[in-house]
Design a protein around this ligand. Sequence first.
Ligand SMILES: Cc1ncc(C[n+]2csc(CCOP(=O)(O)OP(=O)(O)O)c2C)c(N)n1
Ligand SMILES: [Mg+2]
Length: 888
Amino acid sequence: MSKFYNDLDPQETQEWLDSLDSIAKIDGHDRAEFIIEQLQKRMSKHTGKSLFSANTAYLNTIPKELEPELPGNPELEEKVTALVRWNAMAMVVKANRMSSELGGHIASFASSATLYETGLNHFWRAPSEGHGGDLVFFQGHTSPGMYARAYLEGRLEADDLHKFRQECGGEGLSSYPHPWLMKDFWQFPTVSMGLGPIMAIYQARFMKYLQHRGLINNEEDRKVWCFIGDGETDEPETLGAISLASREKLDNLIFVINCNLQRLDGPVRGNGKIIQELEANFRGNGWNVIKVLWGGVWDDFLANDTDGLLRKRMEEVVDGEYQAYKAKGGAYVRENFWGAYPELKERVAHLSDDDLFYMKRGGHDVKKVYAAFDAASKTKEQPTVILAKTVKGYGMGEAGEGQNTTHSQKKMGHEALLKFRDRFNIPISDEEIDDAPFYRPAADSPEIKYLQGQRAALGGYLPSRRHEVAPLEIPSLESFKALLASTGDREMSTTMAIVRIMSTLARDKQIGKHIVPIVPDEARTFGMEGMFRQMGIYAPSGQLYDPEDADQLMWYKEQKNGQILEEGINEAGAMSEWIAAATAYSNHNIQMIPFYIYYSMFGFQRIGDLAWAAGDMQAKGFLIGGTAGRTTLAGEGLQHQDGHSHIQSHTIPNCLSYDPTFAYELAVIVQEGMRRMYVENESIFYYITTMNENYTHPAMPEGDDVVENILKGMYLFKEAGKGGVTAQLMGSGTILREVIEAAEILETEYNVACDIWSAPGINELRRDGENCDRWNMLHPGEPRQVPHIEKCLEGHDGPVVCATDYIKLHADSVRPYVSRQFVALGTDGFGRSDTRAALREHFEVSAKWIVIATLRALQEEGKMDKATVAEAFEKYGVNPEKANPVQL
Ligand SMILES: Cc1ncc(C[n+]2csc(CCOP(=O)(O)OP(=O)(O)O)c2C)c(N)n1
Ligand SMILES: [Mg+2]
């Protein structure tokens, strides 16, 4: 940007501008831009620097001349906005009078009310007969504003508003947007900062994916709007995927960043300008940036700013100071903003301090906001970000406006309430004011009729969430018969088995097109490259090059209607994409079946917060933790070897997790998962670990209850042979194979008869146990409910030894439901690279360690003599002083 605010030769400047104007008029804008580019290049020749600036002046992007007329009835709209403001504020104030524990936020919605109201009155279409609806991500802690509007719309009553943040009885209004708690209302949980923006980008991408694949209508010009706080842009997730949005030309995506210059503790960029920083970021990333900084009242001042002094002042003031203007009042603004230069101060000499204080910022001026939204909606081939400058706590006056403490302010005193009422003309009397009563005009009042009319024209109310959807016709278990049979001598891994399941499903006539394989640059790791050609990799621009491997069988095939989502090395993006696919039933009225397959270590612990949000959103689909297990991934080392993802998945109440060993277990789990999610419409999703160890797989055991028991979490894989004493051995994943080997050793060498239990669903066993315990506690006179694990073990004597490739806590979680000796083996401690055998020795989960653990358990019970145990220690070289792997 030029340093010259003073024009040295206005006539010369005017000549240049006139010639540009005439080129633009006669030859068009493209030609004018071409000339400017040529001038820039020529200038670079003189300076040796690129003249491109990521920033434009600190002014509105859309000039006054290009602002469209406001449609509708601006006066009524102003009244509606004022009422929404009042009721939102009253909700928080009242809730906190009830109990200071309840919390809530006034200041954030106060700063963004005009932005939301403009969208709701003019832009955002609800799903209706002729339209799929726009998807709007509301900034989490502005929820009081959405409830206050729903109250005016008659969707909520005063009683509901009185229950803000009192959710335990089942009827309260949730603190923030939580679909789980308000199933018909909220669509997108946004309050964990940064998740809204990244999920919105992938919602927009997935919408295009569905359109390009012909699965949803392409003609409706649907949009994804995402509201973001300026402080929230500090989160890496907020800005981390913005280049994808421009690369894929997501013109269905609009970010609205509410730049109130404050976050929770204080200024976002006290010493700089957050808006300029964001502009550079987004422009550099190819977005259309629309700045809405100054309200209409500034237009004339700017038009008359011939010496550029006002612009200079606007440019040089930092955000910390802009914030102080709103906290300290008009006299302060006169002295400190205008008073910086005597000539500037002179220009406002005729205005009162109040006039100066109330000069609106762009984000509070509906005409400016409308112009920005309108331009954003019409933008083609680019995503748009609107940077709206606002005031945090707008209208709260001394109770918080522009103050560092405003974020958490939940109280408004008598004076503050009076001022708020007067500022927004709320018809509430002085006598009533201390109650902060809710206010809703009659249904046939002009305001309410206007608001209803605007929404009716846009197809209905927002936010609103769909949860009913037509069921899919899913294949039966027999369709997976290849996986239910023995593999004979042929070895394969469960990772291979899941890939086979996905390919089979993709070929299915009924549901093939609903399958969405998602992979973050690991397809070759998982042996999925065959799918590239089978399904094609989604690429909105098709394939503009001849791939290097075009002559190969498994070539890298990108296509516009490709089915595979290849996300690159981007787990947060891939998870967001999975969420978009897993919620398509709600957002697009079509059930998709996403399989997101990834390195299990880079799953829950990397993107756990998104997984939690997925639970809230009632995502339906499969997360496949590939190459799982702390000793099974072997050579990759400490940062790769997962021994705890099942602990993390278990924390999400509607996530079912499984750690199968054999292909038939996997097939049973996936088939049932599809049935429960896509036929029964249950709000659950699945986490399944698969491994890369190759071995032979037996046929599914015979028996009526095998399938049911696999799903419940454990079944008898092999009944004990004959022996002197008995023991119960359990395991999951590849470690079950160590268990099987241990059982053989115990039977042949120590005369211990072992029942072998495959336990692919330890987390499910735990849930079942908890449910039974709770039920039994609450039903003292009735026959007790028996946990599945207890039922299984009934009549099978001996101590239980349970080994998995996860930390001991995993196996240990079922201990309360086993009323006998229970030994948990697992892989606690940091992983390291070595062979599987060495790792299983290190972590003490090999067959040998299972044998030792079983013998010692029997010895504890007096069923094994000391000498035999000592001999086994000797035979296997067990060093009692071996360091504990958890400390290594
Ligand atoms: C990941 C995460 N970290 C911290 C918070 C707590 N928090 C809630 S609002 C807020 C400040 C938000 O500031 P900004 O994004 O500027 O929004 P504003 O309220 O100013 O509109 C913080 C830190 C959160 N909700 N999520
Ligand atoms: Mg902010």
